[in-house]
Write a new protein. Structure first.
Length: 191
């Protein structure tokens, strides 16, 4: 399936678009915001998209060819979306270029940090990075770190056909809410 897919430009573009949509939908799951503490802001949605894209790219970078091509196409697609979003917000051409450089640096910096923590199995470092980057310095990040580790483990079992077909196997974020959020829910409050 994969070899034939990459011989046809339209099929390849569609497969990348579908993968991008799947990871975007995963990044917008309500539980990430209501239960795991990602701020429901432009910045929070950017961080969630980056986090999910980084996890998928991490898996793609460990798969045989043509996964590297898929990874590059996915990065291009994500950054084209970010560029378009900035333009929709009214940022001019000069401003878009500067902001895209900053977003690129932030994306790759986060990828390096998350990758190092996940490779080392260092939950404390992962949690610290997630609190700083994704949660805006708020909360302890325990639930989000558990979600990221579970997502990484689920993705580790995915092959390229699966990623491009069914999409990335991200877990439901609701199951990773910290105990304090669970207690708040049982008391009638929200997390």
């Amino acid at each position: 399936m994969i070899a034939g897919l990459f011989r046809r430009a339209n099929a390849r573009r569609r497969a990348i678009e579908d993968l991008h949509v799947a990871l975007s939908l995963a990044a917008r799951r309500p539980g990430l915001y209501t239960r795991l503490g990602i701020p429901d802001t432009v910045e929070g949605r950017f961080e969630s998209l980056c986090l999910h894209a980084i996890l998928v790219l991490r898996r793609l970078n460990r798969l045989p060819a043509p996964a590297a091509e898929v990874a590059q196409d996915l990065v291009n697609s994500v950054f084209a979306q970010l560029d378009a979003s900035l333009r929709e917000l009214g940022v001019g051409d000069m401003g878009v270029s500067k902001r895209m450089k900053k977003l690129g640096a932030a994306f790759y910096g986060r990828a390096e940090g998350y990758d190092a923590a996940l490779n080392a199995g260092d939950t404390a470092s992962l949690r610290t990075a997630l609190v700083r980057n994704v949660l805006g310095g708020e909360g302890d990040g325990t639930g989000l770190a558990a979600y990221v580790q579970a997502a990484d483990a689920a993705l580790a079992g995915a092959d390229l056909d699966g990623l491009l077909g069914a999409g990335p196997p991200f877990p439901e974020p609701d199951g990773f809410a910290p105990a304090s959020a669970e207690a708040g829910d049982t008391a009638g409050g929200t997390a």
